[in-house]
Design a protein around this ligand. Sequence first.
Ligand SMILES: [Zn+2]
Length: 125
Amino acid sequence: MADSPVISDDQLASIREALLEERAGLLAQVADLDAEADVNYWRESGFDDDPADAGSASFERETAQSLSNHARGLLTQIGDALRRMDAGSYGLCERCGKPIDIARLEALPYALLCLDCKRRDETGR
Ligand SMILES: [Zn+2]
């Protein structure tokens, strides 16, 4: 069992809980952001009359859209992490298959790569 992740069941359970919590928060965020990204949201608040307002409304909409996309990306990663937990492959580096450091997982529960591979990624080597 040398290659199995060095994560206890308790740690796994608390990481899963953190992931579920973050997912719930993100889902609420996405719902809010999508409402803001909807042009009707701003029309209804009377933002259309003044050109300056319309400009800032479209800026707000774009911001909401990009935040929403970002949150969706995180949701995908969280979903993947939860799937890997169910499959029993959670905590193993996607590239080299070695266990990912528990401290790293606690800081970034949906990390796919171990620190070594991540560093290699970032330095482009
Ligand atoms: Zn690795």
